[in-house]
Design a protein. Structure first.
Length: 206
């Protein structure tokens, strides 16, 4: 019997596109660690780290009420965890409450790091994910699932799309966002890169 090798080509391309978004966003990684005490994030910095951290959670199992990679996430728990680590901010616990944060934006205006909302429980804004570009988002889907990448172009999500919101707002060019926070430390940067290496090994070398 032939062994199945990793994800489908479509999934592999989705991951590649998502990682390209990360590089485009200009992450504050190890090369800037020595300047950490003097730096705060610009919008691309924060958005890039949000995307990177969201991708780092791929494969974590769904857990209702979960907010930790060790135990699992539900949709809002994932968003709270990512934004807390990337921007030092604490978001409300429920998806509907998060839906009142930030600024409403049109679908055509969405950028990596924005939040996307869906009506999946016959209630507006009952599900939330993190947009990573190319009409794709990362989310914790449902019981029995794992954190994964989905496409807004899939009929199920397209029909249930409730809108998008931007929590990363600026007062001017390169202004701090959400909370002033230094660039990632060298240890943090290396840990995040190690997570990404594990994802790629699991996806393409098994």
């Amino acid at each position: 019997m032939q062994r199945t090798r990793g994800p489908t080509i479509t999934t592999a391309r989705a991951i590649a596109r998502a990682l390209a978004v990360v590089l485009w966003c200009g992450l504050p990684l190890a090369g800037r660690a020595g300047e950490a005490s003097e730096l705060t994030y610009s919008q691309p910095d924060v958005a890039g780290e949000i995307v990177l951290r969201a991708l780092g959670m791929l494969g974590v199992p769904y857990l209702y009420g979960g907010d930790s990679p060790e135990t699992g996430f539900d949709c809002s728990g994932l968003v709270r965890h990512v934004f807390s680590g990337a921007a030092g901010t604490t978001l409300p616990r429920r998806a509907q409450e998060i839906g009142s944060e930030g600024q409403e934006i049109d679908r055509e205006q969405m950028q990596p790091g924005d939040l996307v909302f869906f009506n999946t429980q016959r209630a507006p804004f009952s599900h939330v994910g993190i947009y990573i570009g190319e009409q794709r988002f990362v989310h914790a889907p449902t019981a029995g699932g794992v954190v994964r990448i989905e496409s807004l172009e899939v009929a199920y999500w397209n029909r249930r799309f409730d809108g998008a919101r931007r929590l990363l707002t600026t007062a001017g060019d390169n202004a701090p966002l959400l909370a002033s926070r230094p660039a990632a430390s060298e240890a943090e940067a290396l840990a995040l890169l190690a997570i990404q290496g594990e994802i790629w090994r699991d996806a393409f070398l098994r």
